[in-house]
Design a protein around this ligand. Structure first.
Ligand code: FAD
Length: 461
């Protein structure tokens, strides 16, 4: 039997008197549903989940947790593969009731509450023919995604999500509510753009939007036997790709449930339709695809094409690393590894960093990954708990097999739980690490917000 930590009734009542949201503890109906994460591997039993309705609730919850000596986890969309948005026995600041999106079409900006998902943002911004870089999957939360940088289909055209951030409202560890922007709390604003959830709870984000309504996008899949040639072609093709064209290339399983292993490219072109047609033609003309479904579609639809491959509650273990290039030997190694993938939902993908994301100075935001490059992602998903050990083992071995080709950097948002430690943080924050530690000391010297990929406060002095 699992014994849960419970907040004493009179203490909970004291919070409830000033709290506008919903409090849920182990004794309440709905507790088990609310404590679930996207990754079915995560099974934590918080003492209390405080579902907030606004910044005031968040501030009350932060102060309460400190008074009670409870560890704080902050949950946006709940997509953390590492399960960092839940806590055993502590208090979860749950932002799932805060999903509002307010678009100012004239200013081409949107104020987005801290618990919104990308599907919420896309729905509202698309109504005005506007968009901003969001996740490759629409169910990812804006909060953790943006604070970790945020790469997606529009990264070549518009940069990372955090590059489009213009302002954030933040509840600090003291419970104080502040605005961070290029004008106010500028060091905090810098750190929020890639430094993760280390500095406070972001209750709203203001994004710059871009006039992108329709894109040309879709998936082209080839037999696995063509994988080596396809990935070599992908490497040559993407080397000259226009900013508006993002292509992920790699090894996947058939989306029809048959489990057939395939080599594939997934693409999104956010430029003018005639340009898109010309730019994607070589991809459409290459080889003899088993499936080719590419065409014009609203950007929010593009953002859902991969959703079904990442269902809530499935078991997940991910690894990723930037690579020095896509060497022939790396391609052969990965294709070879894919033959032994133990799950019909496993994949190996290259994500192409180019265009707008690379034109931002390395120290302008906390994200140090600004060179034209490829991120290798191994997002292993499975349903059968009996295969957990095999899936984790295969993912680690595949990642290790890519070892000789790895570059220094790693993408913070994809870290799994065993990716902690100083070296992993160095790979994520690079030369921006020391400045992040300084900002952490200024805004959260006691490390109240530590359930994240944690930056320790710089030593005083
Ligand atoms: P949560 O689990 O809620 O939070 C993750 C971390 O962020 C926690 O430490 C949490 O405390 C903190 N946090 C969340 N919201 C706030 C807030 N408002 N204020 C302060 N701290 C907060 N990443 C990419 O870059 N590109 C992708 O295309 C992409 N696709 C993905 C697809 C899937 C299916 C999954 C599972 C993940 C994907 N990711 C991607 C990784 C994803 O960006 C990270 O897991 C991110 O942290 C998720 O944010 P969230 O708010 O949903 O997560």
């Amino acid at each position: 039997m699992t014994v849960s930590t419970v907040v004493p009734a009179e203490r909970r009542e004291a919070l409830a008197e000033r709290f506008g949201g919903v409090l849920t503890g182990p004794e309440d109906a709905g507790y088990d549903d609310l404590r679930r994460a996207h990754n079915g591997m995560i099974d934590k039993r918080p003492a209390l989940l405080a579902s907030c309705r606004g910044a005031a609730d968040v501030a009350h919850a932060v102060r309460f947790a400190k008074e009670e000596g409870l560890e704080i986890a902050v949950r946006g969309g709940g997509h953390s593969i590492a399960g960092r948005s839940l806590v055993e026995g502590g208090l979860v600041i749950d932002l799932s009731l805060m999903r509002g999106v307010d678009v100012d079409a004239r200013a081409r900006s949107a104020r987005v509450q801290g618990g919104a998902l990308w599907s919420d943002v896309n729905r509202e911004t698309h109504a005005h023919g506007l968009a901003v870089t969001g996740g490759a999957v629409s169910s990812t939360g804006v909060g953790g995604f943006t604070l970790g940088g945020g790469l997606g289909w529009l990264l070549g055209a518009c940069g990372l999500a955090c590059d489009n951030l213009r302002e954030a409202e933040v509840v600090l560890a003291t419970g104080e509510i502040v605005r961070a922007s290029e004008q106010e709390h500028t060091d905090l604003f810098w750190a929020l753009r890639g430094g993760g959830g280390n500095f406070g709870v972001v209750t709203s984000f203001v994004f710059e939007l871009h006039p992108i309504a329709e894109v040309v996008g879709g998936l082209i899949a080839h037999p696995l036997e063509a994988a080596g040639e396809l990935l070599r072609f992908y490497r040559e093709f993407t080397a000259d790709a226009r900013d508006e064209l993002e292509v992920f290339g790699g090894l996947v399983h058939a989306p029809d449930g048959s489990g057939l292993p395939l080599a594939a490219v997934v693409l999104c072109h956010a430029g003018a339709p005639e340009q898109a047609e010309a730019d994607v033609a070589p991809l459409l003309e290459w080889g003899s695809p088993l499936m080719s479904e590419v065409g014009p579609m609203p950007y929010p639809v593009m953002n859902t094409l991969l959703d079904a491959d990442y269902p809530r509650g499935a078991l997940n273990y991910w690894k990723s690393t930037f690579v020095r290039g896509i060497d022939d030997e790396l391609i052969d190694t990965l294709v070879d590894r894919f033959h032994s993938c133990p799950t019909p939902s496993g994949a190996i993908l290259f994500e192409h960093f180019h265009g707008a994301v690379t034109r931002i100075d390395l120290q302008a935001t906390a994200v140090p990954h600004r060179s034209t490059s490829y991120n290798l992602l191994i997002p292993t998903v499975w349903q059968d708990p009996a295969t957990t050990e095999a899936c984790i083992h295969w993912t680690r071995e595949t990642y290790d097999a890519a070892g000789p080709y790895r570059a220094d950097g790693r993408w913070l948002n994809y870290y799994a739980d065993d990716d902690g430690g100083a070296r992993a943080l160095e790979a994520a924050y690079g030369p921006n690490g020391p400045r992040l530690a300084e900002v952490k000391r200024r805004y959260d010297p006691d490390n109240v917000f530590h359930l994240n990929h944690n930056i320790l406060p710089a030593a005083a002095g």
